[in-house]
Design a protein. Structure first.
Lengths: 306, 506
């Protein structure tokens, strides 16, 4: 659990973070979203003390982060950068395992962990392990960046606009990847983005930040449906991307029981309503998260209501 | 020329190997020490930009001081030989290594450093895993620049008794021996290439292996130099000679004379010990106890504000008194020959026209063409003054490169040139020098210069050395120089034969 207590950050007499009080629960995928200059990256970097707050306290699991050494603190916090920043002098597998190396993990063990995780992000060790970062595309590089941050199984992972420099296709693939990794490892993720769509797609909770001031914290649906103020609603107005899970949360769809046997295409609840509609155009029904079944009637009902 | 070169290589293979070895060790030691100073300094200062800039400025200023000046300044503090040579080279090498290392470390992408910071790397892990490897290409290029520079500059070590390939270059320049000059230059260039190539290879190793290699090299070199310092007998008496064959012959005579009179006295020779200024500083500081010097050189270069008498006896007495007063040095009785300027003609012409003195030449100078070394042609106290003193009127006077003038004279392109009176080329090219009968040039008579404290400690040394008083004629010296510098005979053998032939040994 990460707690901000009345945190203020000044840059040359300008207040960039204004009396922030925020609690991020353990295991949450918390997305901090806001336009550029809103102070979101500053907040992120205060968690691993790359930036020092001017005033206030930050607690992780009830311990003031100022009390521990930065080296120890940072070893438990993963970090993924916008510009990826793989070390150009090291191979992919060396980059992926560098945090293990820094912690003194033996070479064989290191290799084993790197192999497994690289495989998981779709970058087989045999094919990519000995390549240099410059030989990879941006999307591939950031996969390695994610592996590098995850390799030590940190309880907290900080991600600073990690996909904003990627092309739309890679961005979508990496969003899917980070969601599935999140499902698997359940770390606490603090994810900074200026992309509202990305925030809605990824966050289990979203904090909306404008001009250093936290406007609203809530689940994606709440942010969209009950914006706390005009600022928030204007930010998300054009971003009304509805997901399949919104439909499920509205109580539509049918739970699959053991005695049912259905042949139908599979989709995930994190996919958009648009994708669902495209599927249902040619199919009677679709299976969601292997738990629910949705048909054309459910979709039409949702659209008519919301 | 190529034949000369080959001949020299064949006859001096041993000397060449020793010089190469000295040069390599000198350069290697300088580069290692400079790297061990400059790289950690750059690492320390990379986070203190202002201090880093200050050090860059200082290193830059050191860089601009001429290397000869650095050597000159160092001698009073650290003496002569290998040690000050290494210090001077280190001073030069620090700048490019520091500059490149500093640039390499401070120009690393800030994002990478932020990542390293955010990952909680320790300072050392960050340094050895990220910063140094990323800066390595620049560090290596700094090392390469320093290496090439050091190998070039190390040729100057010859001036202060540091040995190395510079000996060939200096002697080559001094004695007009292009083969030696070329050899020294070629070997230095080859060495620079080889070192550069070696650094490239080392650059491909991992940091750990590099560290091990550097460590081993430091231990080996350190061992070599301390071993050398320990095993080298602290010569009771150190006799040095300037660059060239003639001083080497003389100091070998000194050694033999002293040793034959004083059984058990340890005499150490330091041949090719650089130029006048360095060797004089060395004898004053006690690094050298004895060396042969010319009266003219003493009066012109070593004693300030002295008018030079053109009477040899008076010149010697003036020099002796001044040296005794100024530096507590004893100038023992001189030898007979004079190594001074004179005009030279072909032996055949001398016979034909009965030329013995410069005055003889004056009478018929209007029929002759002269060719002089550029300096001799231009400097006021050389040809222009001499022309006035004797009333010389040549048909034509050419200014030419000093290396060409003997050949030109022998081939008949010119009839008269300037010469040193003991040059072995006089013999090689069948030339004679004319007596300076109006004593236009100051006398250059050789005599042993000895530290006062040495004579107090070993009074018999004076007697031994003065046995050469009034010995060795110009012709003797020309012959011996010819044997050593043209025929490449060993100087100690030539010296021994002379002493024996003239019954100067006990």
């Amino acid at each position: 659990m990460i707690v901000f207590e009345d945190v203020v950050k000044m840059y040359q007499n300008k207040q960039v973070v204004n009396h922030l009080n925020l609690t991020i629960a353990s295991g949450e995928f918390f997305v901090l979203v806001g336009p550029s200059g809103s102070g979101k990256t500053t907040i992120l970097k205060m968690i691993n003390r790359l930036t020092q707050q001017t005033h206030g306290k930050i607690l992780i699991d009830n311990k003031d982060i100022a009390s521990a050494s930065t080296v120890v603190l940072r070893q438990h916090i993963g970090y993924v950068l916008q510009n990826i920043a793989l070390f150009p002098n090291l191979t992919i597998s060396q980059n992926a395992g560098i945090l293990l190396e820094a912690n003194g993990v033996k070479r064989e063990k290191r290799q084993q962990l790197v192999k497994a995780l690289l495989h998981k992000v779709g970058m087989p060790y045999e094919q990519y392990g000995s390549r240099m970062p410059s030989e990879l595309s941006g999307g591939e590089q950031q996969r390695v960046g994610i592996v590098r941050a995850l390799i030590t199984k940190p309880e907290i992972i900080l991600m600073d606009e990690p996909f904003s420099a990627l092309d739309p296709l890679s961005r979508k693939q990496l969003q899917d990847l980070i969601l599935s990794l999140y499902e698997e490892f359940k770390p606490t993720i603090v994810f900074v983005t200026h992309d509202m769509q990305e925030a809605l797609r990824l966050g289990s909770k979203i904090g909306v930040l404008v001009n250093g001031e936290l406007q609203q914290v809530g689940k994606p649906q709440t942010i969209i449906n009950q914006p706390a103020n005009a600022l928030v609603s204007s930010l998300f107005n054009n971003q009304r991307i509805t997901l399949i899970k919104d439909l499920l949360e509205a109580g539509l769809g049918q739970k699959i029981t053991a005695d049912m046997s259905i042949e139908a295409p599979h989709l995930k609840s994190t996919q958009t309503l648009q994708e669902l509609a495209a599927e249902l155009y040619s199919q009677d029904s679709v299976i969601i998260d292997q738990q629910y079944i949705i048909n054309q009637r459910h979709l039409l009902m949702y659209i008519s209501k919301y | 020329m190529l034949n000369d070169l080959l001949h020299f290589v064949m006859t001096h293979a041993n000397d060449i190997i020793v010089a190469l070895e000295e040069h390599i060790l000198l350069s290697l030691a300088a580069i290692l020490i400079a790297a061990v100073i400059a790289i950690p300094l750059a690492i320390t200062l990379m986070n203190y930009r202002r201090a880093g800039e200050v050090v860059l400025q200082i290193a830059g200023i050191i860089q601009t001081i001429p290397s000869l000046a650095v050597l000159g300044v160092l001698i009073p503090f650290v003496g002569i030989g290998t040690f000050p040579a290494i210090i001077a080279l280190v001073l030069y090498a620090i700048m490019p290594i520091f500059q490149n290392t500093y640039a390499g470390l401070t120009q690393i992408d800030a994002n990478l450093l932020e990542a390293a910071e955010a990952f909680g790397f320790s300072k050392y892990f960050k340094l050895f895993k990220i910063q140094l490897p990323l800066a390595m290409p620049l560090i290596l290029s700094g090392l390469r620049i320093a290496t090439v520079m050091i190998i070039g500059t190390a040729t100057l070590a010859a001036l202060i008794g540091g040995g190395g390939l510079g000996s060939f270059i200096m002697i080559g320049i001094q004695t007009n021996d292009n083969a030696q000059l070329l050899l020294g230059a070629i070997l230095s260039a080859v060495l620079a290439l080889a070192f550069s190539w070696l650094i490239k290879i080392i650059g491909k190793l991992s940091l750990k292996k590099m560290g091990i290699l550097v460590g081993v090299a430091i231990i080996l070199l350190g061992g070599y130099f301390t071993g050398k310092a320990l095993t080298q007998p602290k010569g009771r008496i150190a006799i040095a000679g300037k660059l060239g064959g003639e001083p080497e012959i003389l100091i070998n005579m000194y050694k033999e004379l002293i040793e034959s009179d004083n059984a058990g006295l340890d005499v150490q020779l330091k041949p090719d010990f650089g130029g006048t200024t360095f060797i004089y500083k060395a004898i004053k500081s006690g690094d050298v106890d004895i060396y042969p010097e010319f009266t003219g050189t003493v009066l012109q270069n070593l004693i300030k504000g002295q008018t030079v008498s053109h009477q040899p006896e008076q010149a010697y007495l003036d020099a002796r008194a001044a040296l005794h007063e100024q530096a507590d040095l004893e100038y023992l009785a001189p030898m007979r020959y004079q190594n001074t300027y004179a005009l030279a003609v072909r032996q055949s012409d001398a016979k034909k026209y009965h030329l013995k003195t410069t005055s003889d030449l004056t009478k018929m100078s209007s029929q002759l063409t002269a060719g002089f070394d550029h300096d001799f042609y231009e400097l006021k106290d050389s040809y222009p003054g001499m022309k006035k003193a004797y009333g010389l009127q040549f048909k034509d006077v050419k200014s030419m490169s000093s290396s060409l003038r003997y050949n030109a004279l022998a081939n008949g392109q010119i009839d008269v040139t300037d010469a040193y009176t003991t040059d072995p080329q006089l013999k090689a090219d069948k030339l004679v020098t004319l007596v300076d009968d109006k004593k236009y040039f100051p006398p250059f008579q050789g005599a042993p210069l000895v530290r006062g404290d040495i004579l107090k400690k070993y009074p018999s040394v004076k007697k031994s050395l003065e046995r050469l008083n009034n010995k060795i004629t110009n012709q003797d010296m020309i012959n011996m120089n010819y044997q050593v510098t043209v025929q490449h005979k060993a100087a100690d053998k030539v010296a021994h034969l002379y002493l024996k032939k003239h019954n100067l040994l006990k």
